[in-house]
Design a protein around this ligand. Sequence first.
Ligand SMILES: [Zn+2]
Length: 118
Amino acid sequence: MATFEDLKRIDKLSWYVVQHYQHLLKPDELAALRGFHIQLKSTEVESLAHKGLLKRWAPETPESRAKMENGMAFLYDAIRDRVLQDHGTEVIINRCPHCNALTRTPRARQCPECFERW
Ligand SMILES: [Zn+2]
């Protein structure tokens, strides 16, 4: 069962790729991510009816369940690696020219670490 602590363990580049390049994800990767998000939501929600609705909204498949076996951070890293391998030329990894930190978005022009603008 995924917890909010697991969110903190996700690599920054993996998070960035998944957030900004969702259109490059495969259906089973999206289903596995939804499965984790449902687990996170379910820990907040008491109502069984609501949990049932969440499960119906994003049913798990054997493929998506297999992708969830090693945890959320592992899934994010696997998706990052797969997307960069298959779509390396489409993905813009935007880094600060001053400190090399990863920006918040592919088009950001300000660093989240040193606040340099360019
Ligand atoms: Zn910077």
